[in-house]
Design a protein around this ligand. Structure first.
Ligand code: RNT
Ligand code: ZN
Length: 414
């Protein structure tokens, strides 16, 4: 049976439960994921050869990681060819591309250092998002925006300001908004003697960065909290409460990373609460295994629950970024699996009769609601997925292509 006839059968089955599969596909096609460039090179970047720092960690040494802008771009192209839809690329400041012999420190980077990325995005119709890089740097060893050392604090404020300019440049060049996300690693390994001073300094630094005029309709500034990092287990300066309050009072947005909460907390339940108070919010979809381990995103219960919330609360209100970095497997396979699975979760959510199910809830008919939502799990979503892949010219079984690319390209890297 062809992909198309399977789709038509599935369409009929979904129609019986009040779901229009064509509409679901149309809605799915509008969703842009922000593809994190850093899965391609284990968060190394191009501006230094130093180790990854800041309490985050990649583990594994799978051969073939990208070492240059050209290699990273080629790998992104390869991964995108396996992922349906048109998306955005999420860059970190550490991915600045300097000319031969040129180098500037993080507080002096400019739009021109990202011109090649803009060309790359333009040629492919992609958007760009951005992140200042407050880690993997000699001045980030102790603290950044919350530093007690005024010179160091100022250095990072200047970095934030330069990044705002670069974000605005991205938005203008590409004709679509750029999200600029601030995450800092600052915190303490052991019980601190003073929590409020570092937090007040972080607040002041953010104020100083955001005092720079920028077009709020083009650049969405988000702040990303975290509960702990490696080496900063006892206290994180940029905690959830800190940033949620900061964003609410300062006209910026919150970014919730699925790996940044206590292990029994779920981000799926937080989305609706945030959207009662903010027009928009952002996510870093990751998969924490026992800690913020940044495993590849899967088609799992929590990711599906997140997708349902996105679809129900309004998909244009949630900016979806990916944030995983597994260095123990083929990095193209990692990207493609994580992004395809996020899209699959969104398709699953688009294929649910949300109105009818909400009505069951209002009628307090929880038995019917439970039965209905369990029945959804064995509906022929796979046939709709395969049809969507076909429409987007993307292979169903993508592993042979991963193997070909590994053999012909990745394995030749030293
Ligand atoms: C770290 C944060 C942050 C980084 C990236 C590289 O815990 O999740 O988002 O993963 O910015
Ligand atoms: Zn994150």
């Amino acid at each position: 049976m062809s992909v198309e006839s399977r789709y038509l059968e599935a369409k009929e089955m979904y129609a019986k439960i009040g779901v229009d599969t064509d509409k679901a596909i149309e809605q799915l096609g509008k969703i842009k994921l922000s593809m994190h460039c850093w899965q391609g090179d284990d968060v190394q970047g191009f501006d230094s050869k130093g180790p990854l720092s800041g309490g985050i960690q990649t583990t594994g040494n799978y051969p073939g990681k990208a070492r240059t802008p050209e290699e990273l771009m080629a790998d992104i192209d390869e991964a995108l060819s396996l992922i349906p839809g048109t998306h955005k690329i999420n860059l970190h400041a550490s991915y600045a591309i300097f000319d031969e012999g040129e180098w500037v420190d993080r507080d002096a980077i400019e739009p021109k250092h990202f011109r090649k990325w803009v060309e790359f995005a333009k040629e492919r119709g992609l958007g760009l998002d951005f992140n200042p890089t407050f880690f993997s740097h000699r001045l980030s060893e102790d603290a950044t925006l919350s530093s007690e050392n005024e010179e160091i604090r100022q250095f990072w404020v200047r970095h934030g300001i330069q990044c705002l300019k670069i974000s605005e440049y991205f938005a203008e060049e590409l004709g679509q908004p750029c999200m600029m996300n601030i995450w800092i690693p600052d915190g303490f390994k052991d019980i601190p003697a003073d929590r409020i001073s570092p937090r007040m300094r972080l607040k002041k630094s953010l104020d100083e960065i955001l005092a720079t005029p920028y077009d709020h309709s083009k650049v969405y500034v988000t702040v990303e909290s975290k509960v702990f990092g490696i080496g900063v287990e006892s206290m994180t300066v940029g905690s959830h409460e800190f940033y949620m309050n900061y964003a609410a009072k300062n006209d910026c947005l919150c970014l919730l990373d699925t790996g940044h909460y206590h292990p029994t907390e779920v981000v799926s339940d937080k989305i609706s609460s945030m959207l009662c108070f903010y027009d928009k919010m952002a996510l870093h979809v990751s998969r924490p295994v026992r800690w913020d381990s940044d495993h590849v995103v899967l088609f799992d219960d929590e990711t599906r629950e997140i997708a349902k919330e996105i679809v129900r609360c309004g998909q244009d209100r949630v900016m979806i970024g990916m944030d995983f970095f597994d260095a123990s497997i083929n990095r193209i396979a990692a990207w493609a699996t994580g992004m395809r699975d996020m899209i699959k979760c969104l398709l699953y959510a688009e294929l649910m009769p949300h109105k009818e199910m909400a009505k069951m809830q209002e009628e307090r008919n929880f038995s019917k609601l439970l039965v209905t939502s369990e029945e959804m799990k064995t509906m022929p979503m796979g046939d709709v997925w395969n049809y969507y892949l076909m429409l987007n010219n993307v292979p169903e079984n993508f592993y042979p292509e991963v193997e070909r690319y590994e053999k012909e390209v990745l394995s030749k890297r030293g």
